[in-house]
Design a protein around this ligand. Structure first.
Ligand SMILES: Cc1cc2nc3c(=O)[nH]c(=O)nc-3n(C[C@H](O)[C@H](O)[C@H](O)COP(=O)(O)OP(=O)(O)OC[C@H]3O[C@@H](n4cnc5c(N)ncnc54)[C@H](O)[C@@H]3O)c2cc1C
Length: 489
């Protein structure tokens, strides 16, 4: 572990952006290494206002309970489980951390987490047979032992009445349900973390502070930012770029060679929202359907029960849109400014190779209210257009990576580390906030703080995130006694 006293910088670490990723990294780092001092620089006037904000994402604690795109069919026609198991395992780590922080009185889980059944719903022979096969495979694993399957119309009606009302009973349907799914307000979680950190640890957050450049000194980084119309700079040993869609731009500014491989492809999102109490109280689940053939992973339609600031909502979507902004509060020049000599050819290559995606984005952008309601009716046949209004979601910036075979478009997340471990950046958006604990553990593992002392790090992190997930009984006891499962079912 590095000796912080030898370090003549303003802060041990500076994190750019006060979203769920920086907040998670700060909580993990200070729990493992309490003496450390951290400054978080945030361009907006509060934390968690970009993609992390409740309405800017779907609030699904992604555990592969219901997301059918996590169990794709491979070239041999078989259902692949690898991604589902790995995402489930990552999310368990988030639950573990929250339970451990809750038990020690550091955060209040009721402020951000509600147990909400996760349901996959399909119709038609082919998709019903896919779901049955998926159920048979997954329910053999401890992680999915509690999954239920039904193709009985009235049973599915009792699970999700809005999905079956006015539905044609001649078309076969099926659903799976995992009761211990979650709805999470990631904005509220970020506030919980930061409230605790600022009060109890050496963590400061400077709002209305926009980082515009950074450069490497001998053993430190100099970070340049604007606050109150003035240019300032501070020096730190370690930098984390948790600036959401803007991390790509800042990574380019850092000039580390690892950053030259990347470009960004922004996709905006929209939801249909319903606040009608008559309907919101009838739907207590997150219901994921099957994406249309050939459409990208972010297009999986879902009808979600949401609890935001104590109010119930229904949310349907996402509908994609084309944009050139890297953040919701970003600039229309973001995409153009990110194009550099190193990434322009891969970006053009990705454009050619992904013409279906471009067509999909154009067709989504030109939809009007009635065509969006038509999509909703496939999931909820009784939907009435007057109950629903459109709301912008957050921006996703998909990664364009330069490879030997040209540009590749990636839908996941990617951690980029400088070779000396003094800078890390998080790119991409999916599966996102749910797996922040796992992703940030990986960031820390390769950081300059622990690079040379892996044993110390592994010991500390495993005390914080006990691998309960291997034992079904322990999961139940944790969910019931610590996270409050019983209160919401
Ligand atoms: C439509 C949609 C649906 C989603 N659904 C889910 C879901 O159901 N479940 C899930 O787990 N994940 C979901 N995600 C992904 C999830 O929202 C993101 O992975 C997560 O919020 C990213 O957090 P972050 O901290 O990296 O970025 P952000 O929340 O975007 O935070 C970045 C912060 O950096 C600040 N910033 C940017 N530039 C600068 C700068 N130059 N100087 C200072 N500050 C700066 C921004 O203002 C912002 O506060 C979804 C995303 C979208 C867009």
């Amino acid at each position: 572990m590095i000796d912080l006293k030898k370090n003549n910088s303003d802060y041990d670490a500076i994190f750019v952006g006060a979203g769920i990723m920086s907040a998670t990294l700060a909580i993990l780092l200070t729990e493992i290494y309490p003496e450390i001092n951290i400054l978080i620089l945030e361009k907006l006037d509060n934390a968690g206002k970009e993609s992390t904000s409740a309405f800017n994402n779907a609030g699904t604690g992604h555990a592969a309970n219901c997301e059918l795109n996590y169990t794709p069919i491979n070239n041999d026609g078989e259902i692949e489980l690898k991604k589902a198991l790995s995402i489930n395992n990552s999310f368990e780590k988030s639950l573990e951390l929250w339970a451990s922080l809750y038990e020690t009185g550091k955060i209040d889980c009721k402020k951000f987490l509600r147990f909400t059944p996760h349901i996959s719903f399909v119709s038609g022979e082919k998709d019903v047979s896919f779901l049955e096969k998926r159920y048979q495979l997954l329910s053999g694993f401890n992680e999915f032992k509690d999954m239920e399957l039904s193709s009985n119309f009235s049973e599915i009606s009792s699970w999700v009445p809005l999905i079956t009302k006015n539905r044609n009973k001649n078309i076969k349907i099926a659903a799976t349900r995992v009761k211990r799914g979650t709805d999470i307000d990631f904005g509220a979680l970020t506030s919980e973390y930061l409230k605790y950190l600022v009060k109890n640890k050496n963590v400061e957050v400077n709002y209305l502070s926009e980082v515009f450049d950074l450069n490497k000194l001998d053993n430190n980084w100099s970070v340049h930012f604007k606050k109150d119309g003035k240019r300032k700079n501070l020096v730190a040993k370690y930098i984390f770029l948790g600036a959401g869609g803007k991390s790509i731009t800042l990574l380019q500014k850092s000039k580390i060679p690892e950053g030259k491989l990347f470009g960004g492809f922004p996709v905006s999102g929209k939801w249909l929202i319903c606040e009608n109490n008559e309907l919101t109280r009838q739907h207590n689940a997150k219901v994921y359907g099957k994406a249309a053939m050939g459409s990208p992973p972010m297009s999986v339609p879902h009808l979600d029960a949401r609890w935001i600031n104590g109010q119930r909502y229904l949310l349907f979507g996402p509908f994609a849109g084309s944009t050139t902004k890297f953040l919701k509060e970003g600039s229309f020049f973001d995409l153009f400014n990110s194009l550099k000599i190193n990434n322009i050819l891969p970006a053009v290559d990705v454009g050619f190779k992904n013409s279906d995606l471009i067509k999909y984005l154009i067709s989504e952008s030109i939809q009007n209210h009635s065509s969006r309601i038509k999509s909703l009716k496939k999931m909820m046949p009784s939907a009435n257009s007057n109950d629903w209004y459109l709301k912008n979601a957050g921006q996703r910036v998909q990664i364009i990576k330069k490879t030997q075979k040209g540009g590749v478009l990636k839908f996941g997340t990617e951690i980029v580390n400088s070779s000396d471990g003094s800078l890390s950046a998080l790119l991409g958006a999916s599966p996102g906030a749910s797996t922040a604990v796992n992703i940030m553990t990986e960031v820390l593992r390769n950081s300059c703080f622990f690079k040379e002392d892996k044993e110390f790090f592994e010991n500390r992190i495993s005390n914080l995130i006990t691998p309960y997930c291997k034992y079904q009984e322990n999961i139940k006891s944790r969910n019931n006694s610590i996270l409050g499962f019983h209160q919401f079912t």
